[in-house]
Design a protein around this ligand. Structure first.
Ligand code: PAF
Length: 253
C-alpha cells in the first residue's frame, strides 16, 4: 500500500491511472478504522480498479476542541486493516496541505445542515462539506463510499455533488453493527465498560419505541442524555450522550 502526503504527488499518480483507463474508488475517513470502514474499502475493492483511502482528522468539523484532541488516532492498526482490505493507496495530507488558504473558502448548505446534528453542532456540516469537496476535487474518483450511519452527512454530500455538478458518484453503504446492535463508530472506544453495556439500548429503543417522544423518554430513564430523537419521512434519527461520548444512529421506520 502506497502512502501519499501531497496533492502534487497524488496528481502525478492520478494522471497515470487515468491514462491507463483505471477507475478510482475513494473512501474518505478520519482514521480510527473499524469494521464499518473496512466494509466501505471492501465494496470499493469489488467495484473499482484503484482503491484510495484518505486519512485526515479534519479540524474544521469539530465543534468542541476536546473532541478533536481526544479523537482516537490508531495509525498502525489502520494500516493493517487497509492492507488486509486490499487498499492500494492512502492519502494522508497535513492540515496546511488541505487548508492552504485557511478557512477563507467554505461550502455552506442552508437547509438540512441546520437540522438534527447541525442544530446541536454549530458549523459541523460546513466543515464536513468543505473537506469532502476538497477531497473529491483532489482525488477525482469515479465513486466515493460513505456509510449510512452518518445519514444526514450522506444526504448533504449527495446534495452538494448534485448542486455543484461534481462527477464522482456517491455510493451509500449500510451501517455495520456490533453483535449487540450498537452502530460501529470510532468514538465507541471512549465508552467506559458501564457505558458500553448500556449503549446497545440506543439502537434497541430507536427501533422499538412507538414514537420519537416515547423513545426519548425511555432513553432518558436509562441515563442517556438525549440531544434529539426525531422521526422524519421514513426514518428515525437520534443523537445521545453517554458521559463525554456522543453517539448517533438512525433506523428505517
Ligand atoms: O465520516 C467521516 O469520517 C468524516 O465526516 C469525513 C466524511 C471523512 C469527512 O472528514
Amino acid at each position: 500500500m502506497k502512502t501519499v502526503q501531497t496533492v502534487a504527488e497524488w496528481r502525478q499518480l492520478h494522471a497515470t491511472y487515468h491514462a491507463a483507463g483505471k477507475s478510482i474508488g475513494l473512501v474518505p475517513t478520519m482514521g480510527a478504522l473499524h469494521a464499518g470502514h473496512v466494509s466501505l474499502c471492501e465494496k470499493a475493492r469489488r467495484e473499482c480498479d484503484v482503491v484510495v483511502v484518505t486519512l485526515f482528522v479534519n479540524p474544521t468539523q469539530f465543534d468542541e476542541s476536546t473532541d478533536f484532541e481526544n479523537y482516537p488516532r490508531t495509525d498502525e492498526a489502520d494500516r493493517e486493516k487497509m492492507t488486509t482490505a486490499g487498499v492500494d493507496l492512502v492519502f494522508v495530507p497535513s492540515v496546511a496541505e488541505m487548508y492552504p488558504s485557511g478557512s477563507d473558502y467554505t461550502v455552506q448548505e442552508n437547509e438540512l445542515s441546520r437540522d438534527l446534528c447541525g442544530a446541536h453542532r454549530l458549523g459541523h456540516f460546513t466543515g464536513v462539506l468543505t473537506v469532502v469537496m476538497k477531497l473529491l476535487q483532489i482525488i477525482g474518483a469515479d465513486r466515493a463510499y460513505f456509510g449510512e450511519k452518518d445519514y444526514q452527512q450522506l444526504q448533504l454530500i449527495r446534495g452538494m455533488t448534485k448542486a455543484f455538478f461534481l462527477d464522482t458518484e456517491i455510493v451509500p453503504c449500510p451501517t455495520i453493527r456490533e453483535s449487540d446492535g450498537l452502530a460501529m463508530s470510532s468514538r465507541n472506544v471512549r465508552l467506559s465498560s458501564e457505558e458500553r453495556a448500556l449503549a446497545p439500548q440506543f439502537y434497541a429503543i430507536l427501533k422499538s419505541a412507538p414514537d420519537a417522544a416515547m423513545a426519548e423518554q425511555q432513553l432518558r430513564a436509562l441515563g442517556f442524555v438525549v440531544d434529539y430523537i426525531e422521526d422524519k419521512t421514513d426514518r428515525r434519527f437520534g443523537a445521545v450522550r453517554l458521559g463525554s461520548t456522543r453517539l448517533i444512529d438512525n433506523v428505517s421506520r
